[in-house]
Design a protein around this ligand. Sequence first.
Ligand code: NAI
Length: 365
Amino acid sequence: MFGSSAGSPRSAIPPAPSILHLLDAMAREGFEELVALNDRRSGLRAFIGIHDTTRGPAFGGIRRWAYRSEREALLDCLRLARAMTYKCTLADLNAGGAKVVLLERPDVDWRAAYGHLGDAVERMGGRFYTGPDVGTGEDELGWLTARTRYATDPGPEGPGELAASTAEGVFRGIEAALVHLDDDVDWGRRRVVIQGLGAVGAGLARRLVEHGATVVGADLDGDRAASLSRELGIEVMEPARAADQECDVYSPCALGGSIHDLTLTRLRCRVIAGGANNVLAHGLHGDRLHEREILYAPDFVINSGALIRGSIFHLEGRREPVEAIGRRVGESLAAVLRRAREQDASPARVAVEEAEERLAEWRGA
Ligand code: NAI
């Protein structure tokens, strides 16, 4: 539910020059709350950023990462939390955006650290729900749910199917993008290159193969790529060459920032649509893709499947079917693409504008 994204035209938060400007940065970017945690016992150092709770509780996963500095961690937290609000606005959820970042460092007792974080989340009393993201898997969620009611249970009591929901959303989003371009999806003649064959990328590959598309996959983990290739009969290639391939769709499903100045000139696809967060290294790359007539499906529109599944589970107590989530994401992306075409603007820019407009409406501005 909790993956998040940024990298859109206005998503780059101006760097906070010093800690003294933190409140200014929060005010400028519309943040409600920022919590810094320093637990002497476990060694935990973390930020919890709550961007918006106007429509309902804030949702955001826990990213554990070896940030180069505290400042980098803080900026990531702010960027990702705001992007989660964007996801909520475009998916029309009664929820807002948040994020936790944990600073990966030596000698942290992670079990105790997640416990401490769980206590902090519990103290927020349901204003904030958290769950998985990079570096936070089933074990960590287990440590967390022992201490708070407001975290995703990885077991049968939880929402389940989070990555599957994201993969289905990406699949239906790709379909919407192809229909937008060609009025027809015609999977049998489509070639899709997937960068990253983890939970989302592999799920997407399965759906594409089921529908008769040609899939080429790349993963830094060669064993993982080989095993999926055996299962699905897909071609695999060197990750470094994935962006150069001639294809209908290039689908980034690994880490963020894969579309940057260098890859942008090498792309030979018609559509970029994947599950990864922060696909664009900089918001302006969305405009450059538009100039190159490459259709970009904004990450925070197309990868919201898990957020939809998780937030509905927590707020309404039901499990939204994965297929319904996929349709919802596909429709949402189709609307953004139509609007971009009408305005002859990049979908990335249009999606951010639309998210900001909806947020302003929510806030009664
Ligand atoms: P995962 O950790 O299961 O898979 C990521 C895969 O990408 C791994 O197999 C890794 O080896 C591979 N990888 C990393 N860098 C690579 C590179 N440069 N080239 C090729 N392969 C590379 O992660 P998951 O859950 O599949 O998520 C993928 C992306 O989607 C992440 O950016 C995540 O934040 C985002 N996301 C995931 C959601 C979910 O529901 N799991 C929700 C929303 C976003």
